[in-house]
Design a protein around this ligand. Structure first.
Ligand code: NGQ
Ligand code: ZN
Length: 482
């Protein structure tokens, strides 16, 4: 395999205009950030940015959408390689199986991955995401080195594999190279299994710089950073990373993502070490603002909900993974009540299904409170509508890209639903998202998907899906053979 660092494929450098001069779509019904509107004319320029979003328009020359149109959803948390272990950790190893025993299995799996595996897995995964209506992804990337921890000749080898996969699939990418230093609070030495992840603030910043050189940021790709967690990064390391980032091109408002308060043990360990809970500690250490995204802010007290809301940071929720790993349930009512921004991620990829994420977020609350429509509000009584619009907006903020829905100046990222689907046909606009999120049967309600004005999914199919699937299967076969 040729290193991408030396021979970057030409198409990665191209601007996504496909030689066209922009295009237009007439939507009999479209979900704008302010709600459903009729007869919306969408127009975008050659760079893929929306230049006109006008309800009450005439179709004119533009093609007409065959069904309701909604904004593409950002997927704000992904560890691409974990797609390949979906379903492989569901067998009891010991009666006390937990997040921590799952993590051991995940580490073991991560040891086997070669660059070609990662690229094949990610390409297949990103195509699955597009078909599910995710048009952007934030990749929380910590597999930096070769097995055993030896750096690759090009420090960006694996990061570039992910960039390549995203470009081929056609999904918007925010790559977050991860700083990983320690195995636990108080600078506990990293374990041998963590050797592939390790780096210093300086090496991380150098990696980000290298990425900027090989594939400079453009409207389809953005680079942030991700201190892995308060467990894996020291307060000094975090300071150094954040202040170093500020000095880099595009660094002032680059996204910063961190795993924060997922597991009970993590809260207890943090309290024992610092006297503070993780969110509280981070709030006291860093000036959180809109570019921060706190993944799994699952366990917070009232003061933490308030502090986070005031900071403007986004909370990253990954309901299917959090359920799978036995994390516990966030007080989502409190989260929405506090006005905190939030979005969804598919994280370990046991499902690539934004409908399932939103549904499970609500269902966790129903099971806990023994009530219904817990996350609806008086002003937005349809639960699914409130969840979809908020997750879209929060997710967009977490990407650091202009993907905040169907509005002028944002990317032309949108999804055409099948107006003839049994669950969608004959519904009023106010009933559509409820059907999409809460009814899942054998139809394929997501028909066409556009990213930056370019159609990437047509009638539920992606042009590369077959070749990507075959390469994915070869990678899996190779990874599973012993
Ligand atoms: C991760 N995943 O980095 O893949 C983590 C597990 C850790 C989730 N937290 C490792 N879901 O947090 O130490
Ligand atoms: Zn994660």
């Amino acid at each position: 395999m040729v290193s991408l660092g030396e021979h970057t494929p030409q198409h990665l450098h191209q601007h996504r205009s496909d030689g066209q001069s922009g295009d237009a779509l007439f939507c009999p019904l479209a979900l704008l950030p302010q709600g459903w509107r009729k007869d919306v004319l969408l127009r975008w320029d050659a760079a893929g940015n929306l230049v006109d979003v006008s309800p009450g328009s005439a179709a004119g020359e533009a093609r007409s959408a065959c069904g309701p149109v909604i904004a593409g959803m950002p997927n704000l948390h992904s560890h691409a390689f974990q797609r390949a272990m979906a379903g492989l950790t569901e067998v009891m190893g010991s009666p006390s199986d937990s997040f921590w025993s799952w993590r051991k299995l995940m580490y073991r799996f991560a040891q086997r991955l070669q660059p070609e595996h990662l690229e094949a897995i990610a390409r297949h995964l990103y195509i699955e995401m597009l078909k599910a209506g995710y048009t952007s992804v934030c990749e929380f990337h910590y597999l930096h080195h070769a097995p055993g921890g030896t750096p690759y000749a090009d420090r960006a080898e694996l990061a570039l594999r992910l960039m390549q996969a995203a470009a081929e699939a056609g999904i918007g990418m925010t790559l977050l190279p991860v700083l990983y230093q320690y195995s636990g609070f108080g600078r506990q030495a990293a374990s041998a299994e963590q050797a592939r992840f390790l780096g210093s603030p300086q090496s991380l910043l150098a990696l980000r710089e290298r990425l900027q050189q090989v594939l400079p940021e453009n409207p389809m790709r953005r680079y942030g950073v991700a201190p892995h967690s308060l467990r894996a990064v020291s307060p000094e390391g975090l300071d150094e990373l954040v202040s170093g980032l500020r000095q880099q091109p595009g660094g002032r408002d680059a996204p910063i993502h961190i795993h924060i308060a997922e597991q009970w043990r993590e809260i207890q360990d943090c309290l024992a070490w610092s006297g503070q809970r993780p969110v509280q500690l981070l709030l006291s250490q860093q000036e959180l603002d809109a570019r921060w995204c706190l993944i799994h802010a699952t366990h917070m007290d009232l003061g933490e909900y308030r502090g986070l809301a005031a900071s403007g940071a986004v909370v990253g929720l990954c309901p299917t993974t959090e359920a799978n790993l036995g994390d516990g349930i966030i007080d989502a009512g409190q989260l929405l009540e506090s006005g905190t921004r939030w979005g969804i991620g598919s994280d370990s990829h046991i499902a690539i299904n934004l409908r399932a994420e939103l549904r499970l977020l609500e269902y966790g609350q129903r099971l806990h409170h023994r009530r219904r429509n817990v996350l609806a509000s008086e002003s937005v009584p349809a639960t699914a509508d409130r969840l979809f619009v908020q997750a879209q907006a929060g997710g967009a903020a977490a990407t650091g890209r202009a993907v905040a829905g169907l509005a002028v100046g944002q990317r032309a990222d949108f999804v055409l639903l099948d107006g003839e689907d049994v669950n969608l046909a004959d519904r009023s606009p106010a009933q559509l998202l409820s059907a999409l999120v809460f009814c899942e049967h054998d139809g394929q309600p997501i028909q066409d998907v556009y990213v930056g004005g370019r159609q990437v999914v047509t009638a539920g199919r992606h042009p590369l899906q077959e070749t990507a699937r075959q390469a994915y299967r070869r990678a899996i076969a190779d990874l599973l053979k012993d």
